[in-house]
Design a protein around this ligand. Structure first.
Ligand SMILES: NC(=O)c1ccc[n+]([C@@H]2O[C@H](COP(=O)([O-])OP(=O)(O)OC[C@H]3O[C@@H](n4cnc5c(N)ncnc54)[C@H](OP(=O)(O)O)[C@@H]3O)[C@@H](O)[C@H]2O)c1
Length: 334
């Protein structure tokens, strides 16, 4: 089997580490592997398959050695290097938000629109919060034409990166030692231990958070459906990984609840749990599917409600990127 030279930019971060695990778990055919991070902190070596690799700060001449580059660091780094590498026919799979809404860059979830991969060497992966919704309800949309979505999210702390997770653990330790809460968190807008808050990202002049805007605009792009009405409340909760969503979905076409259930059961990448079973962050962590549970009708015509969940570090980021890379090599693109 052909093997590929691969680079991971952001290898020491939350998503970077998951990428490494998934490369092993899914036996992605790696020849040489190169690791990059900020070069600013103490993690300067990465262990992979019992070997220690030095981690470099990004440099074009080193990045150019790879055939596939996973960008899992910052928007700035993606902006600086991905377009140059892509112009040299190096596949760049970017998990940052830098190019997601750029009309020339495909925004890919392989279960939905893998046919767009061949259009560009630079490919964006979506925001981790919309992934469970996008994957699970795509076939519902195709069959019954979704016209309106209202959703409240319950987002794990790892969605905000390694430093945010470390800060959750510090807060918990501080509480256990001092029997009082810390008053501030350096990486999140509020303390997060024993807390929840309806702010993920910053607010615009209309009071909408950047995360809420991403869910709306990226979902419209991925489904190629600019007219769907989407309203979101994004909430941070003190879980470690897996984002959950409570969603109200209204369609144009009529259906029986069993048709909706059947569509979920037959959708790729979806695990449907029949009542009274449901997904939680603990029972859906590190799984490759997104989960749909608590399906029920609402009093509004053509509207149902579901509880969705998906691992933000897997399908919301690293797994989706690996699946894109797998598609590239499977189809022998470029
Ligand atoms: N976390 C999620 O659930 C999730 C989901 C979807 C998409 N994403 C996106 O994926 C990316 C990574 O997120 P994360 O949660 O893994 O963040 P993270 O835990 O904070 O890790 C960031 C990584 O980027 C590296 N980095 C920072 N500045 C850099 C620079 N100037 N040059 C090279 N590397 C640099 C860090 O290196 P050091 O170790 O040296 O600091 C670290 O390896 C972000 O763009 C994020 O928006 C994250």
């Amino acid at each position: 089997m052909k093997k590929y030279d691969v680079a991971i930019v952001g290898a020491s971060g939350m998503v970077g580490r998951e990428l490494l695990d998934l490369i092993k778990i899914r036996r992605f055919p790696v020849n040489k592997i190169y690791f990059f991070n900020s070069g600013k902190n103490k993690i300067s070596f990465i262990e992979f398959k019992n070997k220690k690799y030095e981690c470099f700060s990004p440099q074009l001449n080193l990045l150019e050695k790879a055939k596939i580059v996973f960008f899992v660091s910052t928007e700035e780094i993606s902006r600086k290097y991905a377009p140059i590498l892509a112009s040299k026919k190096i596949w760049c799979i970017d998990d940052s938000s830098e190019f997601r809404l750029d009309p020339s860059v495909p925004l890919i979830i392989p279960e939905i629109n893998s046919e767009l991969i061949k259009k560009s060497y630079l490919i964006a992966g979506p925001n981790c919060t919309l992934t469970p919704l996008a994957v699970s309800c795509f076939n519902i949309h195709k069959k019954f034409q979704i016209e309106e979505i209202r959703v409240a999210t319950y987002q794990a702390v790892s969605g905000a990166g390694r430093k945010a997770i470390e800060s959750l653990f510090e807060e918990l330790e501080y509480y256990l030692k001092n029997k009082k809460m810390k008053s501030k968190n350096k990486f999140l807008p509020n303390p997060i231990a024993f807390n929840i808050f309806p702010q993920v990202g910053s607010f615009d002049k209309n009071g909408i958070s950047s995360e809420e805007k991403k869910v709306e605009l990226e979902l419209k792009k991925i489904w190629n459906s600019p007219d769907i009405k989407i309203s979101v409340t994004a909430v941070r909760v003190p879980t470690i990984r897996v984002h959950c969503l409570s969603a109200w979905i209204k369609t144009k076409k009529d259906w029986e609840l069993k048709d909706i259930e059947k569509t979920f059961i037959n959708s790729k990448g979806v695990k449907y749990l029949k009542n009274p079973k449901y997904a939680t962050p603990l029972n859906s962590a590190k799984t490759f599917e997104v989960f749909v549970s608590r399906l029920r009708k609402t009093p509004i015509k053509n509207e149902f409600q579901v509880w969705l969940s998906g691992d933000n570090l897997y399908k919301g980021a690293a797994l989706n990127s690996i699946q894109i890379a797998e598609k590239i090599i499977e189809e022998n693109y470029g």
